[in-house]
Structure formats: C-alpha cells, structure tokens
Write a new protein. Structure first.
Length: 353
C-alpha cells in the first residue's frame, strides 16, 4: 500500500442509517482498491436502540474511544420511541462540540437527471456550499424558563457569538471561496438582531480585507432565503451562523431535489480531533427496513471524508460516479421517482467508478 492506514469509526445509528452506511462502505472499499488506499473500520452500535436498551446513546467514554480514529462516518439517529432532543444531545452534539467540529459544510448540486422543484435550477449551474457555524451561536445552553404553567410564564434563550468562534468560521469560508475561485455571501440579520449580527458583520468585513481576491457581499437572511429559491445559481460559498446555516442548508437540499442526496461534513479543520461525515437526512422511520433508502447522501458524505483525509482524486471519482449514475442510467431509488433498491443504486455507482 502506498498510503498509511486510515482508521474509520462507523456509527450507522438508527433506521435507514443502518442501510445507507453499509452502502457507503461498499463504495469506499471499491474506491480504496482502485486508489490503493488502506481503510479499516470499527462499527459502533450507538443509537436510540442502544438508548432503549442501556439508557444512553453512547458509553460514557464514547468520545475517548472515537478520538483515536481518523474520521467518523455516521448514518442517522432518531426513533419514534425516543425524544429527538435525547438523540441529538446524547450523541451528535457532544461529538460536534467535544471535537470542536466548528465547520458544518454542506455542498449543494443540482445533478443532471434529478429535476429540481425550482424552475430554472439547471444541472451544472447550481453548485454551491453552505458553511454553517456548528458549535455556538443560537444553539446555546444558556437560558431558562420561569413561572411554568403560570400566566407570567417566560422563556429566555441566549445566543452566544465569540470573536474566536465567528473569526474561524468566516476565515474558513473566505479561504474556501478563494480556493474555489468564487464569491462569498454572508447571511446576516443586522437590521433586526442588533447585538450579535452587527458583530458578525464587523468580523466578516475584517476578514474580507485579508482576502482581497474574494468578492463578497452580505444579505439579510429573509431575502437570502427567497434568493435561494428564485436564483440558486448565483451562489458559490454561503457562510452563516448555526441557526441560519441550519435552515439555509435544508432549503438548499430541497432545491437540489431530495433530502436523500444531501451530504454534510462536521470538520475540525485543525485536525486535533477527528471530523465527522453524515448525510443530512434523518433515520426516516417511515421507510426504514425496506431496503429502499437513497444511499447517495451517505456515499457523497464518504467522498467528503476521503477528500478531508487527503484523497481528493478518490473523492472526485465517487462524486463523478454518482453524477454519471444519475445522468446516464434510469437506476434511482423511489424518493427520486425510481424503483431501485439501496443495493441496486449502490451497485450502479460502483460499476461507474
Ligand atoms: P428524515 O430525514 O428522517 O425524513 C424526512 C422524509 O424524507 C421522510 O419521508 C423520509 O422517508 C425521507 N427521506 C429521508 N432520507 C431519505 C433517504 N436517504 N432516502 C429516501 N427518503 C428519505 O427526517 P424526519 O422524518 O424529520 O426525522 C426522522 C428521525 O430522524 C427523527 O427522529 C429525527 O430526530 C431524526 N433526524 C436525525 C438526523 C441526524 O441524525 N443527523 C437529522 C434529521 C433528523
Ligand atoms: Mg437541520
């Protein structure tokens, strides 16, 4: 082997997570042979199923266990029998925060062969990335509720923006825009949110001065959401706070045609900790167990993982095979209007690598 081993932690999770992760692994193995990569895997059953059995989504030393891996590939967690905040705060958020995965990267492409619900969103023309701040902002734990059940009941939730936190996400986004030879759009709302968002805008402007080759502008989140639908082709890199980025990236996934195809990376750019790669979709209990989940989001996430591990050519080989499968064959899963199984679509991608 020409490259050192990469040790990958697989966390399939619940529902269709347990169907799409094996599919992604099959694609990884096929690419590894062709690019002489050595990938080894350990699979962890951390999930809502484990929570129902053992009372916790993951063991107490779960983060210590994961720390030794080069990357984490996660399916989805969530079960109708477990409140969603348990699955989120019991596994995903501890990993994202504990490993300082402060970049949530979500590429969006309209593929030939997957019609967008948005008129005029042409294949090739829509190809952008949402860079979401992933560890602070609006999703804080500071706040509380008072006078529960009384007429004077109230709830307060603080948004926390730090200079360090905003600077590093904005810097990442400018650097990415520079590397792509593209433009940067900053999502803001400094007309209505009068403390945190002007602070965000100031830091964006400071960083713009350090990246004179990158054209940029800022846009209020409400107008920006409308433009995602009206003119998605104009975007290249979009940087946003945790909440704005969460909403924009789901909207963008819908513009691209299906939640089942959207990938995401949770990156620790300094590589002090492993990064985590996961499809955007959830555990889809409505179709779980039938072998018809679209594995594309998980496969594309695996490609992002290879890219992060330094294997850009292998990653592109996967995304090219995905694009070819959609453009040149009728094989697709039911969410994209086809009748193929998860395995059949995965076989098609592998045959086109
Ligand atoms: P979901 O993404 O699981 O499903 C939404 C709809 O899209 C469903 O109709 C589903 O069948 C369809 N869908 C999703 N992925 C698909 C795929 N790969 N192929 C074909 N169809 C697909 O979102 P939902 O229903 O809101 O949540 C279900 C559970 O998943 C909840 O417990 C939720 O908390 C959890 N969830 C977990 C996430 C994660 O682990 N990162 C993210 C989103 C939701
Ligand atoms: Mg979301």
């Amino acid at each position: 082997h020409g490259t050192p081993d990469h040790r990958i932690a697989l966390i399939p999770g619940d529902g269709i997570g347990t169907e799409v992760i094996p599919a992604a692994r099959r694609v990884l193995d096929a690419v590894a042979v062709r690019h002489r990569l050595s990938l080894t895997y350990d699979t962890f059953d951390w999930s809502c199923a484990r929570y129902l059995r053992d009372g916790a989504m993951m063991p107490e030393d779960g983060l210590e266990t994961l720390r030794g891996y080069d990357a984490i590939l996660l399916g989805a967690v969530g079960s109708p029998e477990v409140p969603d905040h348990v699955s989120l705060w019991g596994l995903l958020i501890p990993i994202r925060r504990g490993f300082q995965q402060y970049v949530n990267l979500r590429p969006v492409r309209v593929f030939e062969g997957v019609p967008s619900p948005v008129r005029g969103a042409e294949p090739g023309a829509v190809d952008f990335v949402v860079v979401r701040e992933n560890v602070e902002g609006e999703y804080g734990e500071i706040g509380g509720r008072l006078n529960r059940g009384l007429p004077g009941e109230l709830a307060v939730q603080e948004a926390v923006f730090t200079r360090t936190g905003v600077s590093r996400i904005v810097d990442y986004a400018f650097t990415l825009a520079g590397r792509r030879g593209g433009t940067l759009t900053s999502a803001t709302k400094s007309n209505g949110i009068i403390h945190t968002m002007p602070f965000w805008d100031e830091i964006v402007a400071e960083h713009a001065a350090g990246h004179p080759q990158v054209a940029w502008h800022q846009e209020h989140i409400d107008a920006l959401a409308a433009k995602f639908v009206l003119d998605p082709a104009r975007f290249d890199v979009v940087v946003a706070s945790n909440l704005f980025g969460d909403i924009l990236s789901d909207l963008a996934a819908a513009v691209a045609g299906s939640i089942g195809i959207a990938p995401a990376a949770n990156l620790n750019p300094e590589r002090v900790f492993p990064s985590m790669f996961e499809p955007v979709h959830g555990s889809a209990p409505d179709i779980a167990g039938r072998g018809i989940a679209n594995p594309l989001g998980a496969i594309w996430s695996a490609a992002m993982m290879l890219d992060h591990l330094g294997h850009a050519a292998a990653a592109t080989r996967i995304t090219d095979a995905i694009a070819a499968a959609l453009a040149t064959t009728p094989v697709r899963t039911p969410d994209l209007g086809g009748s193929a199984t998860t395995d059949a679509f995965t076989d098609t991608v592998i045959s086109l690598l």
